[in-house]
Write a protein that binds this ligand. Structure first.
Ligand code: HEC
Ligand code: HEC
Ligand code: HEC
Ligand code: HEC
Ligand code: HEC
Ligand code: HEC
Length: 353
């Protein structure tokens, strides 16, 4: 019995202790609710997710018009964006150009995979902020030309964008006027295909002495605001010229006509302008033909305008350079009439001697 009693006693003590603890934590009846606090201030509404997108992606058809013009441009259709190696990609691919402008190098670190041609993202900061501020032009700083080394920068306003790519290669070797013979090792030697910025700047040709001075530059190369943009991006003619097609000429009844939308502010008489264009093209064309004749006769230029690799005089090499520089500028003297005419005339004089 004694054993049993002890068990009951211990159990009773334990039970009693549990009751004591339980009653300590037990809640009393809830009190009455307090008063409601004052309402907080309203938060600022978030932007509508697409509000800034539709400032560009709208139904005005402006963007479609630019896309349509660009799609038929040489930038889109030229096909040379496959030139994606490190020394070509900086001008021929969109990604290579943006990389080069960021690094300041004349080559890309590696060849560009999935190369894109020059497109909206090359010239505008598309989808950076996702607002219309993204239409800003990517690069408008003055441009230090690659050739000739050390030449002061050119400043063409918005046209600086174009000058970064439409400029001369560094011809190696570069003949010194009246200097030693040079050895030309490649048929592709010269200023490359788009030396426009150099012609406009009046810099980088073979400036041999002759009857014409290389300066002052022409009115067009110094006095047209934003340069390229004023003439080339003037009001579009369909998708053939102007606007985002950027070409200067369009075919009209079987012949090429200059899109004069950007010229008429200054050249108010269209007939006089047409005559001026014809005269200038005819004059520069005749000088090109004459220089071509001399260079081919002397065996330094072939019929497809390539240098014939060999050792040649500085005047011969300079003649090849000047011929291709003016020819590949493709404006027939309109970019910088004085400079183009002086390069051709003085080279002709030097070679005809
Ligand atoms: C500065 C004007 C602008 C703004 C703002 C803008 N876009 Fe675009 N968007 C463009 C341009 C230009 C293209 C390229 C058009 C082309 O090449 O067909 C493009 C292309 C696109 C494309 C097609 C795929 C591509 O990337 O090429 C989509 C989808 C798109 N945008 C969505 C948006 C959205 C979503 C927003 C807002 C968050 C936005 N965009 C804001 C100009 C803009
Ligand atoms: C990233 C380099 C780059 C920039 C920037 C650039 N271009 Fe070009 N442009 C080229 C290349 C490369 C070609 C030739 C494309 C091809 O053949 O695939 C070309 C072709 C052209 C052509 C056609 C040439 C022809 O033979 O008919 C015109 C006109 C032109 N560009 C004008 C401009 C203008 C104007 C600007 C400035 C608004 C500009 N480009 C900016 C690289 C550039
Ligand atoms: C400094 C910029 C620049 C670099 C670098 C450059 N190019 Fe070009 N290239 C141009 C421009 C601009 C044009 C278009 C000129 C025009 O049509 O008026 C062009 C045109 C061309 C064309 C078309 C020629 C034609 O008559 O249709 C070829 C091919 C070409 N480049 C090859 C190359 C190769 C190969 C390299 C690399 C070794 C290279 N380019 C590097 C700017 C450049
Ligand atoms: C080679 C360079 C180049 C390329 C490629 C290019 N643009 Fe432009 N774009 C310009 C320049 C330069 C201007 C400024 C023209 C001016 O000041 O009159 C401009 C202006 C514009 C404007 C007017 C912007 C404003 O502030 O109102 C729009 C819209 C536009 N571009 C759309 C496009 C679209 C869409 C594409 C692609 C299909 C494109 N651009 C490709 C050079 C380029
Ligand atoms: C005063 C107006 C004017 C300015 C400024 C100007 N161009 Fe031209 N450009 C022309 C004319 C006109 C032609 C065509 C001549 C012809 O073939 O009938 C031309 C031809 C060209 C061509 C050959 C393809 C074509 O469209 O016929 C290229 C490429 C070119 N220019 C690029 C440029 C670049 C890049 C700049 C700025 C660095 C520039 N131009 C500045 C008027 C101009
Ligand atoms: C800002 C004004 C202005 C614009 C824009 C302009 N020109 Fe001129 N242009 C002139 C002046 C001024 C002269 C005369 C220069 C001289 O006699 O010394 C001239 C001269 C010319 C010449 C004769 C050759 C030369 O350069 O001296 C031709 C050809 C010509 N312009 C065509 C054009 C074409 C084509 C356009 C448009 C694509 C154009 N111009 C745009 C002002 C302009």
């Amino acid at each position: 019995m004694k054993k049993v009693n002890l068990f009951y006693l211990l159990s009773a003590i334990l039970f009693g202790a549990m009751l004591v603890f339980a009653s300590c934590t037990k809640e009393g009846a809830p009190g009455t609710d307090g008063q409601d606090g004052a309402d907080g201030e309203d938060g600022i509404n978030g932007d509508d997710g697409t509000a800034s997108c539709i400032l560009c992606h709208d139904n005005t058809q402006v963007m479609f018009a630019k896309i349509n013009q660009w799609e038929s441009s040489i930038h889109a259709t030229g096909g040379n964006f496959e030139r994606n190696g490190t020394s070509c990609a900086p001008c021929h691919t969109s990604q290579g150009f943006l990389e080069r402008m960021e690094t300041g190098e004349q080559v890309t670190a590696a060849s560009i995979s999935n190369p894109n041609p020059i497109n909206c993202y090359t010239c505008h900061w598309i989808h950076n902020e996702y607002t219309p501020a993204d239409w800003a032009i990517t690069y408008t700083d003055p441009v230090t030309l690659w050739h000739p080394a050390g030449k002061a920068e050119v400043d063409l306003g918005t046209g600086n964008l174009c000058a970064n790519c439409h400029q001369s290669f560094i011809p190696n070797p570069f003949p010194v006027p009246g200097g030693d013979n040079v050895t030309i090792g490649s048929p592709y030697w010269g200023a490359h295909h788009g030396p426009v910025a150099n012609v406009i700047a009046g810099a980088g040709g073979y400036e041999v002495d002759g009857s014409l001075a290389y300066t002052p530059a022409s009115f067009h190369s110094t006095n047209v605001e934003n340069s390229c943009i004023t003439c080339h991006l003037a009001t579009a003619y369909g998708v053939q010229a102007g606007g985002h097609n950027m070409s200067m000429t369009y075919a009209y009844h079987g012949h090429d006509v200059v899109n004069s939308a950007g010229c008429i502010d200054c050249h108010t008489d269209p007939d006089a302008l047409e005559t001026k264009i014809e005269d200038t093209k005819t004059e520069i064309g005749a000088l090109l033909d004459e220089l071509f004749g001399l260079l081919t006769t002397q065996g330094v230029l072939d019929s497809t305008y390539h240098a014939i690799p060999q050792e040649m005089t500085a005047d011969q090499a300079g003649g090849v350079l000047n011929f291709n520089m003016v020819r590949e500028d493709k404006s027939h003297g309109i970019h910088n009439y004085n400079y183009a005419k002086a390069l051709l005339t003085n080279s002709i004089e030097a070679l005809a001697e």
